[in-house]
Design a protein. Structure first.
Length: 566
């Protein structure tokens, strides 16, 4: 790059630092706790095989893994072993990764469109300070997004430098960091195509030749998918019950690039992003309209050889596909999903505006002033939004202001005041009660309320809340465990819970050491279940006690506790 390019890039990075200034003083929030603070699996870097063979290491839950991200899990372990519970260093690493990605994106775009330096400068500037990136940069748990972006950008640059063998490695690292990178298979051939144009000096190189050179990337992706399947297994299927979710979330993602306001840490289909119930939902119509416009725009740009627009749109659509709920997953929407795609759409829009400005003969100096003004506005918005990520209280109080019915926000605030240095059971009660006022059957809030009363010493009220939670949400394991612990505090050294489902009753016995499970078939025609108790102290949830046995009737499940000592 020329000296002036380094100057422009330095100014872009400087404005990004200003936009995220102070992030190194932020704390752990949300998933940072299970991923890092409470994750015992990352306390040691050995054995290295655990990062590959134990997919649950990444989220700190070996029993219920959701993803296979070995490189991301290893990065978490390195982070913890270097910095421990000093969150500021992790935030600083995230910011440095963002600056590295800006540098690589600038270099990549300059290699692709070296005659369009103004466009490259403007696109990287707007992208670097866009508020939609705040979740990825400010949230430690989104470091995997920053990392896979880094690896993929390096793979693309290496292709353009004709260093294909090293690019294979970085593409593999991107996949092993986050599965989203797999749709990069739609982008990598484009890099090869552009390189072929430069080498052969021909307008349209053979796609057969591009396919011949591309096959190692597809082989790497195939091996990755096979290993993911063998190690992770099949993850439980999720469904929203309608295909209308896909155009709806596409509409939402596009809108946030154009108008990045009302950003929130958790998007919930119960409140702020409800499932569409009709084809005529304006969000569905809007999403299909956007899709039609973008497809036509891409086709027209490719046909007329407007490469920045064609490339930008392909980049945006390719990297957005995995999060469009075509294959449904539990997080219906997340701002971090736009960290990579947004660069492409910004590039395409700026090139379109540049062409219009040329037709209108708008002076270039005025265009530059407009871009700088927009960048300063976005940087100010990013700085303001970043303040919400400062700690748990600021994050979830900002969420409640935007969405007063955001259940996760209330639950996290209720939990926060029970588990941190700002211990305050009364505040926990207040936040839990606010949620229960409009959602009285929400088990996590009812459980938090029970815990708060337990902390204040009001065991009777705590028992009442736990049992009420279980009466509305039978089998809710967390509440059962908290109730078992409460009974231990009350002098009951073990417990037995029973719930009838069909012709089988599942009995859960809580002792001083660990839970154990029993299952009994119905021994009699009347549908009753009889289980003989071993000597000890138990509490029974439902049923009658007779001569060392108890009977649970299918139609008489009640919230009754019996201490056998009595």
């Amino acid at each position: 790059m020329a000296r002036r390019d380094w100057l422009y890039l330095s100014l872009i990075c400087l404005l990004a630092v200003v936009a995220y200034f102070g992030v190194w003083s932020f704390g752990f929030v949300y998933d940072d706790l299970p991923h890092l603070v409470n994750n015992q699996s990352i306390r040691s870097l050995t054995p290295l095989t655990k990062f590959i063979l134990e997919p649950g290491v990444f989220i700190g839950d070996l029993k219920h893994p959701l993803n296979w991200r070995p490189v991301a899990a290893f990065a978490e372990a390195v982070s913890w072993n270097l910095f421990g519970d000093k969150a500021g260093y992790d935030h600083l690493v995230n910011l440095l990764l963002h600056l590295a990605n800006l540098t690589l994106a600038y270099f990549l775009l300059l290699k692709l469109f070296h005659k369009e330096r103004w466009l490259v400068n403007a696109a990287t500037l707007i992208y670097g300070v866009h508020p939609i990136l705040t979740e990825s940069v400010d949230w430690i748990s989104s470091q995997n997004t920053l990392l896979w972006t880094l690896f993929f950008l390096l793979a693309g640059i290496l292709i353009l430098q004709k260093r294909l063998k090293i690019s294979y490695l970085f593409f593999a690292l991107a996949l092993l960091t986050k599965e989203t990178a797999i749709t990069g298979l739609l982008i990598l051939p484009v890099f090869l195509w552009i390189q072929a144009v430069k080498d052969n000096k021909v307008p349209r190189p053979s796609w057969k030749e591009i396919a011949r050179v591309s096959w190692p990337y597809f082989l790497i992706a195939t091996v990755y998918l096979f290993l993911r399947w063998r190690i992770l297994g099949s993850v439980a299927a999720y469904s929203y019950g309608t295909w209308l979710v896909t155009p709806m979330v596409f509409w939402k993602y596009v809108n946030l690039v154009f108008w990045p306001v009302h950003l929130i840490a958790h998007y919930d289909f119960y409140s702020n992003i409800p499932i569409p119930q009709s084809f005529w939902d304006e969000r569905v119509i809007g999403g299909l309209f956007y899709a039609g416009i973008f497809i036509f725009w891409f086709w027209n740009s490719w046909k007329n050889r407007r490469w920045p627009e064609a490339f930008g749109l392909l980049w945006f659509l390719a990297f957005l596909v995995p999060v469009l709920q075509i294959i449904p997953f539990i997080d219906i929407f997340g701002e971090r999903a736009l960290y990579v795609p947004a660069l492409g759409l910004i590039l395409a829009i700026l090139n379109l505006l540049k062409r219009w400005n040329e037709k209108l003969a708008i002076p270039e100096s005025l265009q530059k002033c407009a871009v700088i003004a927009l960048a300063l506005l976005l940087a100010a918005m990013t700085f303001a939004r970043s303040q919400a990520w400062r700690n748990t209280v600021t994050l979830w109080e900002s969420a409640v202001k935007i969405d007063p019915h955001n259940a996760i926000a209330y639950v996290n605030l209720g939990s926060y005041y029970l588990k941190t240095e700002e211990y305050n059971p009364q505040k926990s009660i207040e936040w839990s009660q606010k949620l229960l006022d409009f959602w009285p059957d929400y088990a996590p809030a009812r459980t938090n309320l029970g815990l708060a009363y337990e902390k204040t010493g009001d065991y009777d009220r705590a028992e009442e809340e736990f049992l009420l939670a279980l009466s509305k949400n039978r089998g809710f394991e967390i509440t059962e465990e908290k109730l078992a612990y409460l009974y231990e505090l009350m002098g009951v050294q073990g417990g037995l819970m029973g719930q009838v489902t069909g012709d089988v009753v599942d009995i859960k016995v809580y002792g001083v050491t660990r839970p154990s499970f029993f299952r009994a078939e119905a021994p009699s025609a009347d549908g009753s279940f009889k289980i003989t108790l071993l000597p000890g102290t138990y509490y029974l949830k439902g049923g009658d006690l007779t001569s060392g046995q108890f009977t649970i009737q299918k139609d008489s499940w009640t919230n009754v506790v019996i201490d056998l000592k009595k």
